[in-house]
Design a protein around this ligand. Structure first.
Ligand code: FAD
Length: 219
């Protein structure tokens, strides 16, 4: 496993429970760290999480608004309400949509990953597919061979660039010669809003200064 953010840690936890699987996870940060803001947990996400982590541990870190755990999406500039999204009905209380902060969630997941699986301070700099499997190259550490590599190193993934192409807003592979890596069309995350933003009603985009841009219109 390359990267142990929320995805890699969850993956490491799941794979560590499989018999006859030896898993190692590499994280370039020296230790788990606070990153990002709040995160919402969907019904399906909670259904999985509650099977992996003691539900009491999850209950301690989540928040649900009193009005049926509603999410309210507002226009980033005017504050106009664009949508109210309620949790789908008929689920057990532990499965009702909720929100939390990333670090307590990460800590809850990590506290269930067996010791020794995650190795911090391992920066993967290259991934090469060999005849027998996959070789990981690290900064300042010897390379290691594996049967399988899972790319969980986030939006600017080193390993994912080898294993699958990242598409820009025009469907071009960013890690190919078609588009240089510094292309402004990569602005799909928190960094900014593409200039040719498709103006479909009800769409939301992350923008500068961590604002959300909501495209208003009929719904
Ligand atoms: C503004 C914003 C709001 C969001 N809100 C929500 C939400 O409400 N609900 C939701 O479900 N999702 C939300 N998302 C999406 C969610 O945050 C991401 O999908 C999720 O955090 C991605 O987790 P990850 O583990 O894949 O990546 P990351 O959290 O980025 O973790 C990647 C890890 O890999 C490590 N790494 C990177 N490169 C290397 C390397 N070369 N070698 C070793 N380790 C490496 C990093 O240090 C990091 O720890 C949001 C995203 C953004 C940007």
């Amino acid at each position: 496993m390359v990267g142990t953010g929320l995805v890699g840690s969850t993956g490491a936890l799941v794979l560590s429970r499989l018999k006859n699987v030896v898993i190692k996870a590499f994280e370039r940060a020296p230790e788990p760290r606070e990153a990002g803001a709040w995160i919402s947990l969907s019904v399906s996400g909670l259904a999985i999480l509650n099977r992996l982590v003691d539900p009491a541990q999850i209950r301690r870190i989540v928040y649900r608004p009193p009005d049926k755990a509603v999410y309210v999406a507002r226009h980033w500039r005017t504050g106009q309400i664009l949508a109210r999204n309620y949790s789908s009905p008929g689920h057990a209380p532990d499965y009702i949509q909720a929100r939390t902060h990333r670090f307590p969630l990460l800590q809850a997941i990590l506290s269930n990953v067996p010791e020794g699986i995650i190795q911090y301070g391992y920066n993967v700099v290259d991934v090469v597919v060999t005849d027998d499997g996959v070789r990981l190259f690290f900064q300042d550490q010897p390379s290691q061979d594996f049967d399988l590599v899972v790319a969980a190193d986030g939006i600017y993934s080193v390993s994912g660039c080898v294993l699958r192409p990242i598409r820009d807003t025009h469907g071009r592979a960013e890690n190919s010669a078609e588009v240089p890596p510094s292309s402004p069309s990569r602005l799909q995350g928190r960094g900014g809003i593409p200039k040719d933003l498709p103006g479909q009603p009800g769409r939301r985009h992350s923008g500068p200064a961590r604002r959300q841009l909501g495209v208003a219109g009929e719904r």
